[in-house]
Ligand binder design. Sequence first.
Ligand code: S3P
Length: 443
Amino acid sequence: MSSSGTGTDWIASQGTPLRGTLVVPGDKSVSHRAIMLASLADGTSRIEGFLEGEDARATEAIFRRLGVSIEAPGPGQRVVHGVGIDGLRAPDGPLDCGNAGTGMRLLAGLLAGQPFDSVLVGDASLSRRPMKRVTVPLARMGARIDTADGGMPPLHIHGGSALQGIELVTDVASAQVKSALLLAGLYARGTTTVREPHPTRDYTERMLQALGWPIVFSPGYARLEGGHRLAARDIVVPADFSSAAFFIVAASVVPGSDLLLERVGMNPRRTGLLHVLRAMGADIEETPAGEQGGEPVSDLRVRHAPLRGIDVPTEHVADMIDEFPALFVAAACATGATVVSGAAELRVKESDRIAAMANGLRALGVDVDEAPDGATIQGGAALQGGTIESHGDHRIAMAFAIAAQRATGEVRIRDVDNVATSFPGFDSLARGAGFGLVASRGA
Ligand code: S3P
């Protein structure tokens, strides 16, 4: 997970107040699901707003290997010629999910229901991420999946298993786990029911419904039965709230900023950060801008405001699970302490995000106390320059690009190539908005 020293670094420093109007790229979670479900549908689906990031493209490449014809007529556009629920064909070798936990975990469920064997592999970071959270409940449905030691990838999925629908209560609040079980449930006999300890994003449920699969769902609950079919449908991917989040925090902490983010996806299971930032004193004006692809979207105008530390309510954790790196930076720029708890999941993301943020903020002179499930960040002191390890984690790299906008010296952020997994073009968009940010060959 640590920098190889051969990739790109960013040299980030204070720029100008953030101003203008931005549209961030398409949602990563929706892009993965759009490729998967359009591939399994009968007929041709057109996708608009597809995220041209490495994670979603890895999933697209996998479905091509599974026999699906996918055209890319222009940036963000895909035409998927669905092969039907039973139309995938055996791949000719291992399927590479790249850095994408979402790709691998959802595919584990989907491929467990196929008549053929498949092998899922990932990059160094993904190869260290826990997969038992999907393989254990999938085994209860009758799936046969071998993992490496400790339940890590690669996953060897044995096809031809007769899956049986069951009722499961997940141990962790994870949309990836829930979605893996529901996708296996498409191929299972009987009913698959999933209950979660905290509600998580429901894109799989919404998209299954939009493509005509009967499903019952409410926050924290989903139920479907096998044996139906999916009908092709055009899908519009809304802008990714998690990408917008970096600019929301940046405009909040850089004095003089006044930034408009247009048509941001506002699924309520994603927008916990807005509640928390507002409780810290942020000035975020939300104007609903209709719907895109069945999701509410809003224009968000963010103006700089002095922030104060808070205890982050644990009920918001699942709704902002990807936003903690950005929140840690907001906390460092706030007056007083911010306490994060109930967020142990952050330790098993693309990096250990609690350790990565705590170490990085300390390198900039911020006092941070780590806990197993969170941290206490003492805000208010001036941030200094320093060198930060991104640990090859896109969100750590982008979070420190924001921190640098408030630092008194230059911040070198090492190994930022992984930003392309979720937010290609972040650096030029950020520079255009006022960030001080240049790329440099890794030292
Ligand atoms: C995702 C779910 C979340 C999130 C990830 C995308 C999804 O992971 O962190 O970036 O698309 O379902 P968990 O389900 O592990 O919380």
